[in-house]
Write a protein that binds this ligand. Structure first.
Ligand code: ZN
Ligand code: ZN
Length: 201
């Protein structure tokens, strides 16, 4: 396996360095290792993630499974669970991220509460930033089995992304992918123009 994109590259993509991003980085590292895969080029692997926190930016960047390519599926379960499938033989792994154990960093936990409640002094803020960076560094260097749990699983691979025709919405005149169009009074309309949609939001 070629080396992974560096942590700095991932931070640059995401915008800031945070523990969520680090979690996704370790998950992606485990996924490529388990599937003996390189970064995805053309949908050789599919990712299905069960949350939309900072971690999924690292998962997309490092594994190459992206929402735009269609091999990145998002389930709104609010769980730190990530499933990856290799298309060639359907091998699938379910990866559960284990975040850093707060009990290992009691001072950091206490400081975080102070900082987020706005009660920290300037020195405490500075100490917090330093300790946070150290904890993150340590997390990035933990052995993989300390930060993720890997389970074999089965996953039905969705078909490869398809290209659909577009139709023009009869109401707003904008293009819409045909399978997403709705019929309203016998005319094709886009979802935002369909009444059903408006009554739901
Ligand atoms: Zn973040
Ligand atoms: Zn419309």
């Amino acid at each position: 396996m070629k080396s992974l994109p560096s942590w700095d590259e991932v931070v640059k993509f995401h915008g800031h360095s945070c523990i969520g991003l680090a979690t996704g980085y370790r998950v992606a590292e485990a996924a490529l290792k388990e599937l003996q895969s390189e970064r995805d080029v053309d949908e050789e692997i599919v990712a299905a993630v069960e949350n939309d926190n900072c971690s999924v930016d690292a998962v997309q960047y490092v594994t190459g499974c992206t929402i735009g390519k269609g091999n990145f599926i998002y389930y709104d379960h609010g769980k730190p669970v990530y499933t990856f499938v290799r298309r060639s033989d359907n091998k699938a792994v379910r990866i559960v991220a284990i975040g850093p154990d707060p009990d290992r960093f009691p001072e950091l936990t206490a400081l975080r509460q102070k900082v987020f409640s706005g009660k920290a002094t300037a020195e405490e803020q500075e100490r917090f930033s330093k300790m946070n960076a150290d904890a993150l560094e340590q997390y990035l260097n933990e052995p993989l089995d300390k930060v993720v749990r890997v389970q074999e699983t089965e996953f039905e691979v969705p078909e490869k992304a398809r290209i659909f025709n577009s139709v023009v919405c009869a109401q707003c005149g904008e293009k819409v992918m045909e399978p997403r169009a709705r019929v309203k009074n016998g005319q094709m309309v886009c979802i935002p123009c369909s009444d059903d949609y408006k009554s739901r939001v």
